[in-house]
Design a protein around this ligand. Structure first.
Ligand code: PLP
Length: 411
């Protein structure tokens, strides 16, 4: 049987899931998890929710109460669900281009988009690579424009020894199955601002809990995740698991509370989180050193003074045909790779995508840009391949990935 290496993975251990099971009825487990997160991230206020995108939505609703401005600046290559949340909050996404060095938003482009109607800037730490521009941004922009950090892909990443998420006014993390601390789904809002935290607490008070049946189902999904993360199980059940992978743009999302079960799993995962962060970081460095100096590819340039806890490893092929060939060769070698989001935001939301945010407000979303706007994001989306980098990836897998890439581009 061919060993299959999934693009996502995490050493979810039996004690982690058992801890979740024993926390099922313990209301305090969530409080405890939030305290742990607060300690690790160095941020005073933490609120867990059903997903990263629900966390982002609640942040937007909170900021709307603090300002009448309407525009949210987002990088052009990122999770399309972010636009869904902005639309659901009744706000306007304003897109800016990315850089082809660290694959994050171009800080100068962000500054150019600021105007009288800017409510906030969403700084995304894509792939776990810290968006370093955030360090100086606060000094450059007016105080009444908020900075939100999207740390969904970057749990564990740091800038100058400080956790990402501690530079903006308010931030969020994701705990979904592909992220650096997976509890099947979930996310959290973090902030150091008492005033913002009070507003968030108000917004969260009205959010319903997951029903009993859905709660049990979610617990079963975490158990399923435990098995699917086992390389031997994944290799056997790969065709079945592949059927459950969904890469379509979500047209809405639910906003419910995080469960005690998930909080129990999260608490247990946090105990050995640092080891897993180190593995992600070292695997990324190893790939960079093996692929360094190949003219046909662009590797992410990791800024100085940061720790990049990669969620996936991003790589750009200057010739798009190389990407397809590498993907196919990796697949044959049992290694899953992914093009991630197939298009930049202004191509996804060009009038062809219908959102059913709620049945009465179903509509086609057109961000109103031209196809050839944001050339870096367009180039990037057509050539990006992401590789598995999680702690279950072995040195031998990294060597196979590097060898295949070198062979394909040298032909
Ligand atoms: C950059 C980014 N932001 C936000 C999200 C949303 O997180 P969640 O899946 O927990 O809703 C994701 C998820 O893939 C993401 O990658």
């Amino acid at each position: 049987m061919l060993k299959r290496l999934s693009i996502i993975g995490h050493p979810l251990r039996l004690p982690d899931v058992m801890r979740g099971t024993s926390s099922f009825f313990k209301k305090r487990s969530q409080e405890y998890f939030q305290q742990q997160l607060s300690g690790i991230l160095g941020l005073k206020y933490v609120f867990c929710l059903s997903s990263g995108i629900a966390a982002f939505y609640v942040i937007l609703e909170t900021l709307k109460k603090l300002s009448a401005r309407k525009e949210v600046i987002v990088p052009c290559y990122t999770a399309p669900s972010l636009v869904v949340a902005i639309q659901k909050a009744g706000l306007t996404p304003v897109v800016c281009d990315i850089r082809l060095t660290d694959f994050n938003a171009d800080g100068d482009e962000v500054l150019k988009k600021i105007n009288q109607n800017t409510l906030c800037i969403l700084g995304v730490h894509m792939f776990g690579i810290p968006w370093v521009d955030i360090v100086d941004l606060r000094k450059k922009i007016p105080k009444d424009i908020f900075i939100i950090e999207d740390c969904a892909q970057a749990f564990g990443s740091r800038i100058q020894e400080r956790a990402v998420g501690s530079f903006g006014d308010i931030s969020f993390y994701s705990f979904n199955r592909g992220k650096n601390l997976p509890t099947y789904d979930g996310g959290c809002i973090v902030t150091n601002s008492k005033a913002i935290a009070e507003s968030v607490a108000e917004a969260i008070a009205g959010i319903p809990s997951l029903g009993a049946f859905a709660g049990v189902l979610l617990a079963l999904k975490v158990w399923a995740l435990y098995f699917s993360f086992k390389p031997s199980f994944y290799s056997i059940f790969y065709p079945l698991i592949a059927c459950f992978k969904d890469t379509s743009v979500p047209d809405d999302f639910r906003i419910v509370r995080y469960t005690s079960f998930q909080a129990g799993v999260g608490s247990s995962l946090l105990v050995h989180a640092q080891e897993t962060f180190t593995a992600r970081c070292e695997n990324g460095k190893r790939l960079i050193s093996l692929l360094h100096g190949i003219p046909e590819i662009i590797l992410p340039k990791i800024p100085e003074n940061v720790v990049a806890v990669f969620n996936r490893f991003p790589l750009v092929f200057k010739e798009a045909r190389h990407r397809d060939r590498v993907m196919e060769r990796l697949h044959r070698a049992g290694i899953e790779s992914s093009k991630l989001y197939l298009k930049p935001l202004h191509h996804i939301f060009d009038g062809s995508t219908t959102l059913t945010i709620n049945p009465e407000r179903s509509r086609r979303i057109d961000l109103g840009y031209k196809k050839d706007d944001f050339p870096n994001a367009v180039y990037f989306a057509q050539r990006l391949l992401t590789l598995p980098i999680h702690p279950l990836v072995e040195q031998e897998d990294i060597e196979v990935m590097a060898r295949i890439i070198k062979e394909v581009v040298s032909r």
